[in-house]
Design a protein around this ligand. Structure first.
Ligand code: MG
Ligand code: ZN
Length: 354
């Protein structure tokens, strides 16, 4: 009897340990956050302007990502987005396909096949390179209307950003918002309508082309992200969500110090809200990185107490720098070290394949 007691206890222990191990490594939900053009200098500039701290510091694991594309040392956001969305290095300018123009399924398709809900949130047109890479397959990032049509072929449940023009004011005269409604999407044209969405599929097209800058659009990114999480989290199988801080890159192209800081702080405010959700949920992996660095930004001097930072841009385009990777939650430890950008989605797929 004594023997049986220990045997039962041992079996129970092994069972509990294996349950804990599984839940520690396999997240139910993945939130993938991409700061377009966000290198270390952009982050540290924002951190300095914020008095020395950012929400992203709560991430428990950090690493680096090599960003070069299939045909260039310096990637653009289409090849960079495709690498992060689909796990293939492709040619600059190409969306969701390999260099030989074969469509490659993204994490959105992969998650949908696992019966999970899926979404993308951005503060550019949803047809712009980064969100498009998760949804569309086109050989040229500038085919915004074709990319908009690809949204109707995608299993995606929630998408919020700009780009109404490419759905409604098209050269083929088709009104894709009508098609979206037929497919069961609530089509929301402003934040008030987005916030009214309580369940089901949502297409938030909040600007004719691109939403305004961070200072003008307020907390749109954070609120849209929280709405998306609330909708997607209703699926008992979990969800995949990509959130993009889209305009950090544009501030870099314009060599705008103030917008680099305000766009990065806006992205970090969203990171704070996402990490709050992940902490509370306990079953959500959050991975934060960039597709590339923009502007060759350097920090020449600064003062943490005065929140002053002296910045210097070295070009008006992307650079070849490795970008930081941050991770929090079950499986976060897999994203440490130096990795190829394409390894990031591959690791996510592997976690959901086990
Ligand atoms: Mg982008
Ligand atoms: Zn760019």
């Amino acid at each position: 009897m004594f023997y049986n007691y220990w045997k039962k206890l041992t079996v129970m222990f092994i069972f509990c340990a294996s349950v804990l191990t599984v839940s520690a490594q396999t997240p139910k939900n993945i939130i993938f956050m991409i700061g377009d053009g966000m290198g270390l200098a952009q982050l540290y500039a924002a951190m300095t302007a914020n008095g020395g701290q950012l929400n992203i510091e709560q991430c428990t694991y950090t690493g680096f990502s090599k960003t070069y594309s299939a045909n260039h040392y310096i990637t653009d956001s289409a090849a960079g987005g495709t690498a992060l969305a689909c796990g293939v290095k492709t040619k600059n300018g190409m969306i969701g396909m390999s260099p030989d123009t074969v469509a490659v399924p993204s994490l959105v398709v992969f998650a949908a096949e696992k019966k999970k809900s899926t979404g993308v949130v951005a503060v550019c047109s949803v047809t712009h390179a980064t969100p498009a890479s998760f949804v569309a397959h086109q050989d040229n990032r500038n085919k915004d209307e074709a990319i908009a049509s690809d949204f109707l072929k995608s299993p995606i449940d929630v998408f919020i950003g700009g780009g109404l023009k490419f759905f409604q004011d098209r050269s083929d005269k088709c009104d894709l918002t009508k098609e979206l409604k037929k497919k069961g999407y609530l089509v929301a044209l402003n934040m008030e309508e987005v916030k009214k969405a309580e369940s089901g599929k949502l297409a938030g097209l909040l600007a004719y082309e691109h939403p305004e800058t961070a200072l003008e659009r307020g907390n749109m990114l954070k609120e849209a992200s929280l709405t998306a999480i609330n909708l997607l989290n209703q699926n008992k199988n979990g969800f995949f969500l990509m959130i993009e801080g889209s305009q950090i890159d544009w501030a870099g192209h314009d060599n705008s110090e103030s917008r680099t800081i305000s766009e990065t702080l806006d992205f970090d405010a969203t990171i704070g809200a996402v990490l709050d959700f992940a902490k509370n949920d306990g079953n959500t992996l959050v991975v934060i990185t960039a597709d590339h660095e923009t502007g060759g930004l350097t920090i020449m001097n600064g003062d943490l107490k005065k929140r002053d930072v002296e910045l210097k841009f070295n070009k008006t385009d992307h650079t070849g720098l490795m970008v930081p990777v941050y991770a929090y939650g079950p499986g976060a430890e897999k994203f440490t070290g130096i990795q190829e950008n394409i390894e990031i989605p591959m690791k996510m797929k592997k976690m959901w394949s086990e």
